[in-house]
Design a protein around this ligand. Structure first.
Ligand SMILES: Nc1ncnc2c1ncn2[C@@H]1O[C@H](COP(=O)(O)OP(=O)(O)O)[C@@H](O)[C@H]1O
Ligand SMILES: [Mg+2]
Length: 619
């Protein structure tokens, strides 16, 4: 048995202790659901509620009319006078039955519409909330997990909405039957209620236990889901084959899901056994009541119609109560997902926005300054940058070089205020970045990150998103701008080879999409960066996907295109950055050498040695 499977056993033990706190918490999310459903369609909700109310009283109304009809028929048989409205009653019965059937369809329609709107609104909420959060939160695995689950679970909520409507309807039906029973015999209602208590206790006990087991299983279920995806996905297929991992993952999956199954089955079994015993008690109670009613009927205390009404009401009340229990378990299951969702909505952005944010300067005069910046990633002890000082002036093009993991990308994340420094400050034109309006600050930059996006869109759209006002624009100038950006980045050559050129769908997700190589994607992404009218351009290590020659060309072009502008070029290759004004060599979170290529070679330090080393490998 694997470690995870063993972890589950204590879980099983605690489950049966059943904690009330957790049980009640199950329902604490219901107001949230109602709030979102309300936003999804207040009118529909009210309308649906009224429909349910009407539908709920139909069964008892039908029984009531049946009673009158039967009593009249009996009167006729006994040669007593029949109500003059007799045939009207028959007509009413038919009408009620028809209305009942129609209401059922309408309820379905209302539920479906509400559920669809609900999912849509929830997704919009999730997207809005997600967009307000910080990069740091996305890079936090636990948060990302929450987001993923919230997102997956936002869709297909029809069963939940339907169950909510249903439980209201069942409750009203049960109450209406009880009122009917009370009308004829208050004592009977009391007896019935008493024999219901054991069943109620048993059912609710197991409904809550089921809920609590399911919520304890969530982390294991997550792992099971992960294994299931891993076992059959495009991303994992290559390694799964070559490393022969399929059986390994499949057997893990099988083991964990069997374990979950065993836990559930043991609960199901107990539920069936206890449920059967308790339902015997209830049934005995019901039938005592029934016998009592029949007894009174045979002695002429009540009419045949009343007998029909009461026995129908007893059966109806019992079945709608049973229905309430099963719908309740259903709702409890469905609300499980809401705890993920509420946790996600509780996450608040960490980066503070100034009370009166400034707009970023239209023309930068002093440039960016890092002053004694120390930075640690959240949850990490080790500073990536330590007392880091750095200045880039307008019109200056600098290169950051250093081996992997020295903090080059981190500097860019700080520069663009995706993160705030742990200590020290970063200034733009003498003002702390924190003082600026984030959107306005972002508009100053054009950054091509190492891990840039590959949008599953047309080539054109992939470039146009670099300048979002162009993405929806249809003017002629747009074409020219897109093409010129593509020319500058070298994407034109890639696009020329595509069958549909700029209109070609890229990526594998959609039909007819064509996947590109890493370097080709990079050129498309670079076109996106060039399309932006930014004041500072940043290129973060295109080396990952490009060969040495392409990288050299990209850099040379970049240096040329950004002449007179601010630019930051990042590389771990020392031989390709010669063209910039100033090269900074990064080591252990500090700048250890800086100057132009010749100066650094003359210094004969780290740069010179690494340059030699790398140059030698190309000879
Ligand atoms: N989101 C993160 N959380 C924690 N540590 C990180 C994160 N991103 C990067 N690091 C760590 O910070 C250091 C610097 O990373 P990075 O700036 O990406 O280096 P470079 O770009 O120079 O290769 C590395 O040791 C890396 O492991
Ligand atoms: Mg990097």
């Amino acid at each position: 048995m694997s470690e995870t499977a063993q972890d589950l056993d204590p879980l099983l033990a605690t489950t049966f202790r059943g904690q009330w706190k957790e049980r009640v918490r199950a329902l604490s999310h219901l107001p949230t659901i109602f709030k979102i459903i309300w936003e999804a369609g207040a009118m529909f909700l009210v309308f649906g509620f009224l429909l349910r109310l009407v539908a709920a009283t139909m069964p008892v109304a039908l029984l009531g009319v049946t009673k009158v009809i039967i009593d009249n028929v009996a009167a006729r048989h006994a040669a007593r006078p029949v109500s003059p409205a007799f045939w009207w009653y028959v007509g009413l019965e038919v009408a009620l039955a028809a209305i009942s059937a129609l209401l059922g369809r309408w309820n379905w329609y209302v539920d479906t519409v509400l559920a669809d709107r609900f999912s849509r609104n929830l997704s919009v909420r999730i997207m809005n909330h997600a967009s307000r959060l910080d990069l740091a939160q996305y890079e936090d695995a636990a948060f990302y997990d929450k987001l993923e689950r919230a997102r997956l679970q936002a869709t297909d909520r029809v069963p939940m909405i339907a169950a909510l409507g249903q439980i209201i309807q069942q409750a009203v039906t049960a109450i209406s039957f009880c009122v009917g029973i009370f009308w004829y015999s208050p004592l009977l209602l009391i007896v019935l209620t008493l024999c219901l208590i054991p069943a109620f206790a048993g059912e609710s006990h197991y409904a809550f236990l089921g809920y609590s087991l399911a919520s304890r299983q969530t982390s294991v279920r997550r792992k099971v889901d992960y294994l299931r995806i891993l076992g059959a996905s495009k991303e994992s297929a290559k390694e799964l084959k070559l490393f022969s991992l399929s059986d390994f993952f499949t057997s893990q999956f099988r083991e964990l899901s069997d374990h979950l199954f065993e836990q559930n089955r043991s609960l199901w079994r107990r539920r069936v056994v206890t449920g059967a015993a308790l339902s015997l008690v209830t049934t005995a109670g019901y039938y005592s009541a029934y016998i009592y009613v029949v007894y009174r009927a045979i002695h002429g205390d009540i009419s045949v119609g009343t007998l029909t009404f009461l026995s129908g009401s007893i059966a109806g009340a019992s079945s709608s109560l049973q229905g309430i229990f099963s719908t309740f378990s259903n709702i409890a299951d469905q609300t499980l997902f809401l705890s993920d969702l509420t946790k996600f909505f509780e996450v608040k952005p960490v980066l503070k926005i100034a009370e009166r944010p400034r707009r970023a300067p239209l023309v930068i005069r002093d440039g960016f300054r890092f002053e004694q910046v120390t930075f640690r990633y959240p949850g990490s002890e080790r500073p990536v940058l330590q007392d880091f000082d750095f200045h880039i002036a307008p019109g200056e093009r600098v290169a950051l070089v250093g081996e992997n993991g020295q903090g080059k990308t981190t500097i860019i994340k700080l520069l663009t205020r995706l993160y705030d420094p742990t200590y020290g400050r970063i200034l733009l034109d003498g003002v702390d970045l924190k003082e600026y309006d984030p959107e306005s600050l972002f508009s100053v930059f054009s950054v091509l990150f190492q891990d840039f996006m590959r949008y599953d869109m047309e080539a054109e759209g992939n470039i146009a998103v670099g300048h979002i006002s162009l993405a929806n624009d249809e003017n002629a100038n747009r074409e020219a701008l897109l093409h010129s950006a593509a020319d500058r980045s070298g994407a034109s050559a890639v696009i020329e080879r595509l069958p549909l050129k700029m209109k070609q769908m890229l990526g594998r997700r959609f039909e007819g999409g064509i996947d590109l190589s890493g370097g080709e994607w990079q050129k498309i992404a670079l076109a996106r960066a060039y399309l932006r009218e930014a004041q500072i351009y940043v290129l973060d290590e295109p080396t990952a996907a490009l060969d040495a020659r392409s990288e050299f060309e990209v850099f040379e072009r970049f240096a040329e295109l950004t002449k007179g502008k601010m630019a930051v070029l990042i590389s771990h290759r020392f031989s390709t950055v010669k063209m910039v004004d100033r090269i900074m060599v990064l080591k252990d979170g500090r700048i250890v050498e800086q100057g132009n290529h010749e100066e650094l070679l003359a210094l004969d330090g780290l740069y010179a040695s690494l340059f030699e080393l790398q140059a030698a490998s190309y000879r």
